[in-house]
Design a protein around this ligand. Structure first.
Ligand SMILES: Cc1cc2nc3c(=O)[nH]c(=O)nc-3n(C[C@H](O)[C@H](O)[C@H](O)COP(=O)(O)OP(=O)(O)OC[C@H]3O[C@@H](n4cnc5c(N)ncnc54)[C@H](O)[C@@H]3O)c2cc1C
Length: 432
């Protein structure tokens, strides 16, 4: 590449998912030269189809809202919580949340959603290289050198000032530097596929996500991603997965539908349209989110269990914030880990805020209250505000949501509401 400057580009981004495209759009829009490497050719399949409200803020900031609106993705107004036998449950309505720009968001086929974002990165001036896999990343005092290999076997390298690692769960830098930390309390496995013939919700918000709790620690998602297709999956802690009869992933998925009455009914006329996929060990964090000349955005840093659909919103936000950090770093000519300390703190706070809810979800006392049809209104609204993505909500909201956890702790010992979920050892709650 060019030999006029010691750098081929100001910045490199590894990965063209939501985090990578968000970082590239934000950097290129500020006039920096950016190269983005994506190992696949888009559109490609990716799991992670249900958005939360704060994703709207990022999509607006990235200048893709019109394209997203035009794509006619199913509208998501919130979630419907349903217990395994349909005996209890409630709605989660993002429209009541006051601390977000817009409550309603979307359920997206990620092939098209990620393509729209990557295309926007290209239009903003990013040099987008699809089918280019980053193989190594070497750090020197003054530069980072990234080596790549193309789908047809060519190799090469670029020298940049700094890099955003947005390589998702491949986590190129965190793995290289040994920063990944497992989440021992979330040892979960997901099995999923796309189906036609699954009934939508019978009301004016037919495309909300349904989160069906099993009688044990597992749960199902149902996410409408087009007019005809429904993404359906089950998430099971490892111990429960081991209890399913041996079989192919499809047989295990069918078995899990069969043993939950609500799912058996919903899937009665379903036809599978895509292969069944399995994902394991997807919850982890990192000991740090940035270092000298590198920043981790999205899943490349940490990922939480999908129960509250936080992944894409975090990826977009952290990509945008990583770009702002690098812009400041360039102005000050300081790409040190110290210069990125505020970014790391923010990422950790975001992760910890959602983590508390996710860990809570894998306890029966949390579910008793979360699925209760008549929870305390103000407290539940605060919880919904955070689950709409507002991890940095107002102090009042944060205090109210803490109160929710106090009630959960009481429920553990003294039932404040009916205990509807199993508590025996075989129910598979990992933290118990
Ligand atoms: C079972 C399951 C269900 C989920 N459901 C939801 C949900 O409903 N809602 C939600 O918001 N999130 C969900 N998620 C999480 C969501 O998938 C991720 O959080 C989100 O995709 C993160 O975006 P990202 O840009 O960080 O990474 P990714 O979207 O994974 O993008 C990373 C990109 O980097 C590329 N790449 C990897 N390695 C290299 C390399 N060496 N060189 C070049 N390119 C590379 C990959 O090809 C990929 O395109 C779910 C996750 C799981 C496991």
């Amino acid at each position: 590449m060019s030999d006029r400057s010691p750098y081929d580009f100001d910045f490199a981004v590894v990965g063209g998912g939501p985090a990578g495209s968000a970082a590239a759009i934000s950097l290129a829009s500020r006039g920096h030269s950016v190269i983005l490497f994506e190992r696949e050719r888009f559109p490609r399949f990716h799991i992670g189809e249900s958005l939360i409200s704060t994703a709207n803020d990022s999509l607006t900031q990235l200048g893709v809202m019109e394209d997203i609106e035009a794509a006619s993705f199913p509208q998501k107004w919130g979630a419907r919580l349903v217990s395994h036998d349909g005996s209890t449950g409630r709605g989660v309505d993002f429209a009541v949340v006051r601390e977000v720009m817009r409550g309603q968001t979307w359920q997206v086929g990620r092939g098209e959603f990620d393509r729209i974002l990557l295309e926007r990165a290209r239009r903003a001036g990013t040099d987008v290289r699809e089918e280019h896999r980053i193989t190594t990343c070497e750090f020197a005092t003054e530069a980072v050198t990234l080596s790549f290999e193309t789908a047809d076997g060519r190799t090469g390298s670029v020298r940049v000032r700094a890099v955003v690692d947005a390589s998702g769960r491949a986590a190129v830098i965190a793995r290289k530097l040994g920063l990944r930390r497992d989440e021992p309390r979330l040892p979960n496995i997901a099995i999923f596929a796309h189906y036609s013939g699954v009934p939508r919700l019978p009301d004016d918000r037919p495309d909300d996500i349904r989160i069906v709790a099993r009688s044990d620690a597992g749960w199902f998602w149902l996410i409408p991603i087009t007019k005809d297709l429904m993404s359906v999956g089950v998430v099971l802690p490892k111990d429960l997965y081991a209890q399913l009869p041996q079989g192919t992933p499809e047989e295990r998925l069918q078995q899990s539908f069969a043993d939950t009455p609500v799912m058996a009914e919903l899937m009665r006329n379903a036809k599978r349209e895509w292969p069944v996929r399995v994902e394991k060990d997807f919850s982890y964090s990192t000991s740090k989110y940035a270092g000298d000349r590198w920043i981790l955005a999205g899943d490349a840093g940490s990922f939480l269990d999908p129960v509250f659909s936080t992944g894409v919103a975090i990826a977009l936000e952290s990509g945008i914030e990583a770009a702002a950090e690098l812009d400041r770093a360039l102005a000050r000519n300081d790409f040190s880990e110290r210069a990125f300390a505020a970014f790391s703190r923010r990422q950790r706070r975001r992760y910890e805020t959602f983590r508390r809810f996710v860990i809570g979800f894998y306890t029966p006392e949390f579910r008793d209250l979360f699925y209760d049809p008549h929870p305390p209104k103000l407290i539940f609204r605060s919880v919904v505000t955070i689950l709409a993505g507002r991890w940095d909500a107002s102090l009042r909201t944060r205090l109210m949501s803490r109160l929710f956890f106090v009630i959960v702790a009481i429920q553990r010992r003294f039932p404040l509401t009916r205990r509807r979920f199993r508590r025996d050892a075989a129910a598979g709650y990992p933290g118990r």
